[in-house]
Design a binder for this molecule. Structure first.
Ligand SMILES: [Ca+2]
Ligand SMILES: [Ca+2]
Ligand SMILES: [Ca+2]
Ligand SMILES: [Ca+2]
Length: 407
């Protein structure tokens, strides 16, 4: 909203507000004021100066009734984002805006024109007008690729994290369900590709930012996650681009790769029979710090071994590094440029339903179209050609904004 006026409550003359409430009053107010809004509530006032009658709620209200179009000042003292709609029933067609929690500054807004007709409490801004999760659509593949498929239905699925730190599973039929109710913002790397603990179900691996620990979240076969298991006791903050890439060693177990920040070396961490990682093996002698994204895209070139895609930071080029027995072959150019406009590379498996693995990516703020600034939050899908290369990107859905951690 463009016309709102912001100020801290404590700045109001004669009044001092502390964390516990009102401590000094120069004169007893005759009408409700911003100070009367209790912690945990969204409050609205009839007067533009946050005076007059006060209305409050701690739950969503689809129809404000007698307060319809009558809120002229407001304050959000809840812990939620509150979405304010100009129409009833959370209808977005008349316009809306999201109000963040006021926080310790107790910010309120006055001089509103009085157009609010419904109010919804939400966790993320997306939920003003969208589901918390994005709409993901995938065709059924004629064969199981062994990755990109948590629930084993041969349909590629995607895991996404929202800004509230929740994890969502999107199975490819536009729906989504919650698989992590919170706390996932503590993780600064998420990757999956195949089965690490040898139960036939795809697993998720995450790095905990504060400890540098690596955790295995075993897939249950339904898209959800079982009890996590420690597979790296520390030191993983010294690595970048932690990427599950499939079975490169040829023992039937999925492996992990990562770049050592200090040296730019690429290491392979082989999966073992117990679901842990074995002794690492050098597969790239240097220069890998020049890459700012890796993806274990599966067998892109059809020779039976999993391959690696890498994005070169300085050029925005996309390269294929073909898998060899516990090693990588000479690289092949896949994308001439522009790939820095993608948040990360999502190794989804077969989305198109032709049996070849594909790639997906979501645009970030560096995205450009024909040299002009593009939009962040667009999902692009790239059909694998079976020879290691990709068909041109298809802009698939523009409503993937406000999300991250795609894997
Ligand atoms: Ca699936
Ligand atoms: Ca598993
Ligand atoms: Ca291959
Ligand atoms: Ca495909």
């Amino acid at each position: 909203m463009g016309n709102r006026f912001t100020r801290g409550v404590a700045a109001v003359a004669g009044l001092v507000l502390t964390g516990t409430g009102l401590t000094t009053v120069s004169a007893a107010p005759a009408a409700a004021s911003a100070y009367d809004c209790p912690v945990g509530y969204f409050c609205g006032w009839s007067n533009k100066t946050a005076t007059g009658s006060m209305w409050k709620t701690k739950t969503s209200v689809a129809d404000l009734g007698g307060w319809d179009n009558s809120i002229h000042a407001l304050m959000n003292r809840s812990n939620s984002i509150v979405c304010l709609y100009d129409a009833k029933n959370y209808d977005t067609s008349g316009g809306y805006w999201a109000e963040q929690p006021a926080g310790p500054e107790d910010v309120y807004y006055e001089n509103l024109s009085g157009t609010i007709s419904s109010i919804k409490f939400i966790r993320t801004e997306r939920e003003c007008g969208h589901n918390a999760y994005p709409s993901w659509v995938a065709e059924t593949s004629p064969r199981a690729l062994g990755f990109g498929d948590m629930n084993g239905d041969r349909r590629a699925d995607v895991i996404v994290r929202d800004k509230a730190g929740r994890l969502w599973f999107t199975p490819g039929d536009t729906t989504g369900h919650l698989i992590g109710s919170g706390g996932w913002n503590a993780m600064n790397a998420l990757t999956r590709h195949g089965d690490f603990n040898r139960d036939g179900r795809e697993d998720l691996i995450a790095r905990e930012a504060s400890t540098g620990k690596l955790w295995l979240y075993p897939g249950t076969g339904t898209g959800s996650l079982g009890t996590r298991k420690l597979i790296g006791s520390g030191g993983w903050n010294g690595m970048s681009n932690i990427t599950a890439l499939g079975d490169l060693t040829g023992d039937g177990r999925s492996d992990l790769t990562a770049v050592e920040k200090a040296t730019g070396k690429l290491y392979l961490y082989p999966g073992t029979s117990t679901g842990t990682l074995g002794s690492r093996k050098l597969i790239g002698t240097g220069g890998w710090n020049a890459m700012n994204a890796l993806a274990g895209v599966g067998d892109m070139n059809g020779d039976g071994r999993p391959d690696l895609y890498a994005r070169e930071a300085s050029t925005g080029k996309l390269w294929l590094y073909p898998g060899r027995p516990a090693a990588l072959g000479g690289r092949v150019l896949v994308g001439k440029g522009g790939w820095n406009g993608m948040a990360n590379l999502i190794a989804v498996g077969d989305v198109s339903g032709d049996g070849h693995p594909d790639l997906a990516a979501v645009t970030n703020t560096k995205n450009t179209i024909d040299g002009y600034a593009g939009s962040a939050g667009w999902l692009f899908t790239y059909q694998g050609q079976g020879n290691g290369l990709l068909a041109g990107g298809k802009p698939t859905d523009g409503e993937w904004w406000g999300l991250n951690g795609f894997c």
